[in-house]
Design a protein around this ligand. Sequence first.
Ligand SMILES: [Zn+2]
Length: 109
Amino acid sequence: MREACLVTLPCEAHEDSIEGYMAHLEKLIGMLLGNLDDTCVVIPCDSTEAWIVAAYDGSEKAEEIEDPWISTMSKKKFYHDVRIPGIKKRTRIFEQFASVVCLEKKKGR
Ligand SMILES: [Zn+2]
């Protein structure tokens, strides 16, 4: 369930940015491990949007696109056959990308 997930981002305490996500996840891992002094936290910069752009556009460089939601997905009224009603990210929209992303993932993209 989405509400119960501790890693649902952005949360209220952290900004919706790569830095905000990193701070949030570092805090979360710190809560679980207690002490991060001897731990190296590595957070992949890969995002859900990058997965979607890679699956739909077949772009090898999707992970290098800066903010794929803004620069690619929400630029027009439709991203492929999915209607994008505005700049705000909505679960309802992302749900529609899931099957194609999973299919492409199985193909090994
Ligand atoms: Zn947070």
